[in-house]
Design a protein around this ligand. Structure first.
Ligand code: KIV
Length: 318
């Protein structure tokens, strides 16, 4: 366990800057004002804090968790319990962003009642402020909104439809399919959805839908004409282990950075260069004398020892 970092501990900057919480109605207002909506996925406390503190508007606990965090081949196997567990961790980190939980495959496909119950679990047990559902599930969207649960729709390339689609393929590439997508998006909006993710569709189609829809569109692989953009956290920082999709822009190479840090650490351990004396705790002089220790006198109480939070030390000593 780390005794130098404190879960829930507040950085000064976090305490000093009161922020306006992003809500679902606020996203619609952003669309009205022509302000782009920034969105990212996150799945745990530390990444969610980074995303939130960087000012991202919407944070999705995506079912992409299955692939980028849990190492599954696709998103289909992630469970309600796993999604709840990660949503709770994210919720504890976030102060400003809208926290949206992705309903996993199978949690809303059998019946409206089951979808409703599972969505309620996300709100009640994990603190989600909205849920995302894939596909034009108009009746379910209406039932969720009736139950006071804000809904984000997800149309176009919907990864939970992987087997029906026959792979991850760009959708709405014909006039008929584009028209159907627009009809579905409008139906979701009329059912009360607060925003719609458009994934893997031609930019021209996304632009037209965005122009016609009263609610914001958030694009991923849908071109620049959407009201907002979302990426998978691990894609944008290069923590994935496969070539990126065309629409991914990598903003840093965290994979290379972390790999090299780990290699440096391993080398330091192997050549006994870590930890140093400064990174060690020391016995106070009196205790050392009482023990008859032969340790060097300069190992007197190190200034660093006093820096450690006493409450944390109590936990560590247990
Ligand atoms: O699960 C996910 O990360 C998503 C985004 C790609 C929108 O659904």
């Amino acid at each position: 366990m780390s005794i130098t970092s404190f879960p829930g501990g507040e950085s000064l900057s976090r305490l000093a800057s009161p922020q306006t919480k992003v809500t679902m109605p606020a996203l619609s207002e952003m669309k009205r004002q022509g302000k782009p909506i920034s969105a990212l996925t996150a799945y745990d406390y530390s990444s969610a804090r980074l995303v939130d503190e960087a000012g991202i508007d919407l944070l999705l606990v995506g079912d992409s968790l299955a692939m980028v965090v849990l190492g599954h081949e696709n998103t289909l196997s992630v469970t309600m319990e796993e999604m709840l567990h990660h949503t709770r961790a994210v919720r504890r980190a976030v102060r400003r962003a809208l926290v949206v939980a992705d309903m996993p495959f199978g949690s809303y496909h059998a019946s409206i009642a089951e979808g409703l119950n599972n969505a309620i679990r996300f709100v009640k047990e994990a603190g989600a402020e909205a849920v995302k559902i894939e596909g034009p599930r108009i009746e379910l969207a209406r039932a969720l909104v009736d139950a006071e649960i804000p809904v984000v729709g997800h149309l176009g390339l919907t990864p939970q439809s992987l087997h029906r689609m026959g792979g991850y393929r760009v959708q709405a590439r014909t006039a008929v399919a584009a028209q159907q997508l627009k009809t579905d998006a409008l139906a979701l909006a009329h059912a009360g959805a607060g925003a719609i993710v458009l994934e893997g569709v031609p930019r021209e189609v996304a632009e037209e839908i965005t122009a016609e829809l009263p609610i914001p569109t958030i694009g991923i692989g849908a071109g620049p004409g959407c009201d907002g953009q979302i990426l998978v956290f691990h894609d944008m920082v290069n923590l994935t282990f496969a070539p990126p999709a065309k629409f991914v822009r990598r903003y840093c190479d965290a994979g290379a950075l972390i790999r090299s840090a780990i290699e440096n650490y391993r080398e330091d351990v192997e050549r006994r260069a870590f930890p140093s004396d400064e990174e060690s705790y020391h016995l106070p002089e009196a205790a050392r004398r009482a023990l008859g220790s032969q340790l060097a006198p300069e190992a007197e109480l190190n200034a660093g020892d006093a820096v450690v939070n006493q409450d944390a030390l109590k936990g560590w000593a247990r």
